[in-house]
Design a protein around this ligand. Structure first.
Ligand code: KG4
Ligand code: ZN
Length: 295
């Protein structure tokens, strides 16, 4: 609901920034820069953040860093945590969120190339749309994950896409699940309730298989064994254990963000801003929010 998201940003932005600065023990005078998400995303929300950054920047003469949201997801791996090993360049990052599914070749902090992406739905959408068919509220991805833990991932199988190269497609999966459920509920109206855990586990397994199969091809083609995941769907326990297992088989070094840095968070935008600040990549007051913005 873009309109509601925009209003919520308007209402919460100043109190949230205020609380964050108090907790960090800093004031505006301590800031070297203001990092904000310029895009991609919902225009109404992006405009609120961009305008806020511009206003504070102008009023206090603090430089601005216009961060790409998808860039932020990848660089979540570099959020300070001494005990966590960080990927070394070049690495591959499977970035899977509610709006994007990409295999990114990361050559440096600010040098990235998308080498594969979805041609229709994102992986997060595949989770959320499947969840809706099972009767879950939005976003249903985390609920599929929860129920899948007690289900049998081999109970049901669904049509998997045949897409050339490193691109993904998830729209066919949704249709395949829809037809399957329609057929089964005609025979047994309680089919979904009686098989909920197995359905969740099977859907999750199918989505994870699709993702990992392409990642495996990308790693082979690029001859890279530094492999990372990022974005909201990287919080999925099936994907997290699946990539660990594949990594052990393939001798990869696998990097999985801390749970709280998988789904959208401000720290990933701040760390990206830090790298941009170090290179002097400042934004001018003339820039505007971009709903669609390539990395
Ligand atoms: O990165 P994110 O927080 O926001 C976007 O940039 O889109 O990703 C949100 C997506 C939603 O589709 C949500 O259902 C999915 O991530 N997600 C999950 C899990 N946690 C979040 N999907 C499957 N299993 C999870 N545990
Ligand atoms: Zn995101």
């Amino acid at each position: 609901m873009p309109e509601l998201a925009s209003r919520a940003h308007q209402k919460n932005l100043i109190p949230v920034v205020d609380a964050a600065m108090k907790r960090a023990g800093v004031t505006l005078d301590d800031l070297a820069g203001i990092a904000f998400t310029r895009g991609p995303g919902l225009m109404g929300s992006l405009v609120v953040g961009t305008s806020f950054a511009k206003a504070v920047s102008l009023a206090r003469n603090i430089p601005m860093l216009d961060v790409n949201h998808m860039h932020g997801h990848v660089l979540a791996h570099f959020i300070d945590d001494e005990n966590k090993p960080k990927p070394s360049f070049p690495f591959l990052c499977l970035t899977v969120s509610g709006g994007h599914t990409q295999i990114v070749l990361v050559k440096d902090y600010l040098e990235m190339e998308v080498i594969g992406q979805t041609i229709d739905d994102a992986a997060g959408e595949a989770f959320d749309k499947s969840a809706k068919l099972l009767g879950f509220a939005y976003p249903g991805g985390p609920l599929i994950d929860k129920h899948a833990k007690e289900g049998n991932p081999a109970a049901f199988s669904f049509a998997e896409p045949r897409i050339e190269g490193l691109d993904f497609s998830f729209s066919g999966l949704k249709t395949s699940i829809l037809y399957f459920l329609q057929k089964q509920t005609k025979l047994n109206p309680n089919f979904v309730q009686e098989n909920l855990k197995d359905l969740c586990a099977s859907i999750q397994r199918t989505i994870v298989d699709i993702l990992l199969r392409k990642l495996e091809i990308a790693a082979k083609e690029q001859n890279i064994s530094e492999i990372a995941i990022a974005g909201g769907v990287s919080a999925n326990s099936g994907l997290r254990t699946g990539i660990q297992a594949l990594g052990e088989m393939k001798n990869w070094n696998v990097y999985i963000p801390k749970f709280e840095y998988c789904t959208d968070n401000a720290a990933m935008i701040a760390i990206t801003g830090k790298f941009m600040l170090e290179k002097g990549l400042f934004a001018s007051q003339e820039i505007s929010a971009q709903a669609r913005w390539k990395m």
